[in-house]
Design a protein around this ligand. Structure first.
Ligand SMILES: Nc1ncnc2c1ncn2[C@@H]1O[C@H](COP(=O)(O)OP(=O)(O)O)[C@@H](O)[C@H]1O
Ligand SMILES: [Mg+2]
Length: 339
């Protein structure tokens, strides 16, 4: 087990600022998720930690030791990529032992290690098969076992579930999390999928354009976003933002409720409803909010327990508890104090 840290890390490719000054530190045994849109620098950051890229400036530390000058192998890190190429003509067992063979471990010892890894991932019964005889999820586990046999200090996983279909992804996510809890290895997990990040991460580091916007527990980045980027990137539907007096007033869709359900400390608005969607029992009510700030399109998410009849084409009184409002600077998008 080990900590991972980057200090003022910069990686430029000519004019592209792929990573533009990022500092963060994982705890020992932590599951840290790097979350951000495509092109924000997640893969570059991970490859730099792994030693596959040299930083333009800044430091990479593993277990509090600066490893900038260590080659990838010496960093004792295992990386699983989005396209985890398995050798198609080798059996699962041969695929898993491959890195140990390359290191010169003897046959008996490496097969023992492979069986241990296969046992942890629940794939012992597949050891004699070829990759084409496996499902996507099983191939994924073989790739993880192959990374695991080297008993790395740190796992780096780059969108490892993105090749799986949605349903399989949910179960594979669950398995990955349980597996990591069992072995307790520090894991840095890259994804552009905020649902995956919220479900997996002990903490989430939100990146945009090569910079770190916020790092915190899932509930922190959700409830207390540091800026409007985080507020709208996390959450589905995203946080509503209404311009008012030179600021933006933010509130989550589930906090916008029909007036009679509101508490004492509340702000009210009128919602011109134009559309309603039903999603897993919730009603998503789309409309234009007036009376809070400038007229703005917003979404209210009403749980199935809210029975108030609502129809498109009509206007309703809604309210939000004052404590649920978040304020942002309209120019910079940064969080500000309430007025
Ligand atoms: N080898 C490279 N040469 C030039 N530009 C690159 C290279 N690798 C990545 N980039 C650029 O760096 C930025 C970050 O890319 P990447 O780290 O792959 O983002 P992500 O993984 O978040 O999608 C992108 O603009 C990408 O085009
Ligand atoms: Mg990537």
């Amino acid at each position: 087990m080990s900590t991972v840290e980057v200090r003022d890390l910069v990686k430029h490719y000519d004019k592209v600022r792929a990573v533009d000054g990022v500092s963060l530190r994982s705890a020992d045994g932590e599951y840290l998720v790097l979350l951000g849109p495509s092109g924000c620098g997640k893969t570059t950051l991970l490859r730099t930690i792994a030693g596959l890229e040299q930083p333009t400036s800044g430091q990479v530390l593993i277990g509090d030791q600066v490893v900038n000058d260590l080659p990838p192998r010496a960093r004792k890190i295992a990386m699983v990529f989005q396209s985890y190429a398995l050798y198609p003509h080798k059996t699962v067992l041969a695929n898993i032992v491959f890195p140990l063979k390359a290191e010169g471990m003897d046959k008996r010892a490496r097969e023992e290690r492979a069986r241990w890894a296969a046992g942890l991932l629940g794939i012992e019964h597949l050891l004699d098969r070829k990759p084409r005889q496996l499902s996507g999820g099983e191939r994924q586990r073989v790739a993880l076992a192959r990374a695991l046999v080297r008993q790395p200090r740190v796992f780096l996983l780059d969108e490892p579930l993105s090749n799986l279909d949605a349903k399989l992804r949910a179960s594979a996510r669950d398995e990955l999390k349980r597996f990591q809890q069992e072995i307790g290895t520090t894991t840095i997990y890259v994804t552009h999928d905020q649902t995956e990040a919220m479900g997996l991460g002990d903490r989430i580091a939100v990146l945009e354009s090569g910079t770190l916007r916020q790092i915190g527990r899932p509930i922190e980045v959700y409830d207390d976003p540091a800026d409007t980027f985080v507020a709208t990137f996390i959450g589905s539907p995203p946080m509503n933002l209404v311009p008012r007096d030179g600021r933006l007033v933010g509130f989550r869709p589930e906090h916008l409720l029909p007036l009679e359900l509101g508490a004492e400390d509340r702000v009210t608005l009128k919602l011109d409803v134009d559309r309603i969607e039903y999603l897993s029992g919730d009603r998503h009510v789309y409309g234009t909010a007036t009376g809070l700030g400038e007229p703005t399109r917003v979404i209210a998410r009403l749980p199935a327990t809210v029975l108030t009849p609502i129809e498109p084409g009509r206007t309703y009184d809604f309210s939000i508890r004052g404590e649920k409002l978040r304020y942002f600077d309209a120019a910079t998008g940064r969080r500000t104090d309430p007025p």
